[in-house]
Design a protein around this ligand. Structure first.
Ligand SMILES: Nc1ncnc2c1ncn2[C@@H]1O[C@H](COP(=O)(O)OP(=O)(O)OP(=O)(O)O)[C@@H](O)[C@H]1O
Ligand SMILES: Cc1cn([C@H]2C[C@H](O)[C@@H](COP(=O)(O)O)O2)c(=O)[nH]c1=O
Length: 208
């Protein structure tokens, strides 16, 4: 079996930066690496980006925004394809899979939208559990500074409140799922990478 590592955290926490660095680190060690993300780049992921994440007209169906339950189901459908077509086969052929977001994002975000946590956990029961989930934790103020350049201009206060709730949820999830390890994402990119490598060595490589 291969190795499965997931990066999680609020928007702008540094997940894709750290996922790429970790992929390079594994490759240098001679592993074959699959670097992936959720929502995926498949038709399901594209549907989510159109219907859920644009916040624009396309997210309105028959005059109303799609329900939070429908959003959760779309994320789960995308994930089911991801697990069955890419993650499981890659792990079975001994590769390292690094995913920028996974089902913990559904728990943290869709829970913050008011859905029932137990329902979300049940919905995502098919998802294979990773060897390590790196939770990049930092205050929302810092993350907003980092992603401000992406041009959020409307509903800023609402976005900040949601991100605060998501951060709290992630910290609660870290108490429930032992594979989640918290890393201080306020440090420099290099220091964070060093912390993540330390976790990989301690939680995965020392056990094989
Ligand atoms: N430790 C860090 N210190 C300062 N800036 C950082 C750090 N890590 C990443 N950044 C910068 O912050 C921005 C967001 O980083 P990145 O895209 O990796 O975050 P993300 O968690 O993947 O975001 P999202 O969830 O919104 O896709 C980028 O401009 C990146 O260069
Ligand atoms: C997988 C997943 C994602 N989300 C949210 C979290 C982010 O706000 C966006 C994805 O944006 P990114 O820049 O590509 O990271 O989608 C979610 O609410 N639920 C999920 O399961």
């Amino acid at each position: 079996m291969g190795i499965f590592v997931v990066m999680e955290g609020i928007d702008g926490a540094g997940k894709s930066t750290q996922a790429k660095l970790l992929a390079k680190w594994f490759e240098k060690k001679g592993y074959e690496v699959v670097l992936t993300k959720e929502p995926t780049d498949t038709a399901f992921g594209k549907l989510i980006r159109r219907l859920v994440l644009t916040g624009g007209k396309e997210g309105i169906i028959d005059g109303a925004r799609i329900s939070h339950e429908a959003e959760a189901l779309l994320f789960a459908a995308d994930r089911a394809e991801h697990v069955h077509k890419l993650i499981k086969p890659s792990l079975e052929s001994g590769k390292v899979v690094i995913s920028d977001r996974y089902f913990y994002s559904s728990l943290a975000y869709q829970w913050a939208r008011g859905l029932d946590l137990k329902w979300l956990i049940d919905l995502n029961r098919f998802a294979v559990r990773p060897d390590l989930v790196v939770l990049l934790d930092l205050p929302v103020k810092e993350s907003m500074k980092r992603i401000n350049g992406r041009g959020i201009k409307t509903e800023f206060d609402k976005i900040v409140e949601l991100q605060k709730k998501v951060r709290e949820n992630y910290l609660k999830l870290a108490e429930m799922f032992p594979e989640i390890k918290i890393v201080n994402a306020q440090n420099s990119i290099e220091d964070i990478h060093r912390d993540i490598v330390g976790l990989v060595e301690q939680e995965i490589l020392s056990k094989v």
